[in-house]
Design a protein around this ligand. Sequence first.
Ligand code: CDP
Length: 235
Amino acid sequence: MESATPHTPKPQVDHAPVITIDGPAGAGKGTIAALLATQLDWHLLDSGAIYRVAGLMTMRHALALDDEPAIMSLLKTLDVQFFQGKVFVNQEDISLAIRDPACSSVTSKIAALPAIRSALLARQRAFRRAPGLIADGRDMGTVVFPDATLKIFLTASPEVRGERRYKQLSEQGISANLAHLIKEIAARDKRDAERAAAPLRPADEAVYIDSSRLQPEQVLATINSQLSAANATRT
Ligand code: CDP
């Protein structure tokens, strides 16, 4: 899953500042991460998209979801590009396909495999470049960027998360059933939180935000005040 085109960040050690946004499915991480990246003019890492590519290709090749060696071999053959908010695998635009709920479910199963997680670690860290990075996922603050400047754990009630995801999928033209979606999200969150490798959990120092009754601008305002406080203690 490597690529050498100009669009993919090159692996390198960089100490640019990072803000991590972790949390369960449908909490609004992607929306907030994108708003924050635009506001600060920083880079953006949607780590879920990287896992989803692996999930989609595992499905397409009909691999057993616990066959770590086969999935690892498959990942090595993929040319993955992230470009202007879209995801390409071997030149095919798979941006919509990876959002399908069936892919979400498979993704969380293979994301529990330790070798897969280790293989994707360097690729995620390579997104860290000046002037800074907003990283969205499950283990951004705990495992991938433990030295982040600010760590956010964003959540919302299961009903609100289900409804947000339903609306998001409808807008993308992906059909879904709300009741099934709420169940799929609950099963996925349970799996993500209970796995041994990099489980979904807030970092010790994370700022916990429940966005159930908040508009994106209000979440952003909370993060901005935390960021000012974090920057003030550094200077
Ligand atoms: O958008 P949503 O929150 O529903 O999911 P996502 O962030 O695209 O992640 C899809 C799945 O990938 C999650 O349910 C996790 O199983 C896995 N994932 C992970 O294990 N670690 C990450 N850093 C990001 C995603």
